[in-house]
Design a protein around this ligand. Sequence first.
Ligand code: HEM
Length: 152
Amino acid sequence: MNSFLIESGNRARRPAVLYPFVGSKNTQYFKDIEVMHSLAETMVANRRKLLSDRPELKEKKDLLNALLLTRDEQTGEGLTDQLIIDNMITFLVAGHETTSGTLSFTFYFLLSNPRTYRLAQEEVDRVCGRKKVTVDMLSKLPYINAVLRVRK
Ligand code: HEM
């Protein structure tokens, strides 16, 4: 994925006339796409098999089950495998640097501001304690929300 993203950036900056002259880069680029695509394809096939062997796992609330099992309320249609695979790759690309970047900066600024760190920790201890963090807890974490939205 990283070499695909780097080359995607380079392709956007590279004049189209140079395309035929960067053969090995083109080959690697499409090889990277194929690796991501076939991995996602395997994950979809594995999950489909798992769900047919163990239907009770259809209750599991995760992103892959949502992509596989959700049906349009009006048409009753589900996503095609191609759309599921494209979304899986999009989520991976869109969700990895953003999340890791946000967490890195957040902890950098919390460590640089001990009082803020303590107040954030107190809020998490108060709202979540040792329990598994659930969606309904998020609206009860205004201080953490403010910390994530701070811009220097
Ligand atoms: C702290 C983490 C994140 C930040 C700051 C962030 C930020 C953004 C921003 C600014 C956009 C708009 C980009 C544009 O219009 O050019 C965007 C779009 C998107 N993000 Fe995130 N994102 C984060 C995490 C994630 C995660 C974890 C996922 C997937 C699981 C994700 C999936 C997407 C998708 C699919 C889009 C495109 C939406 C569309 O065009 O309809 N993001 N994100």
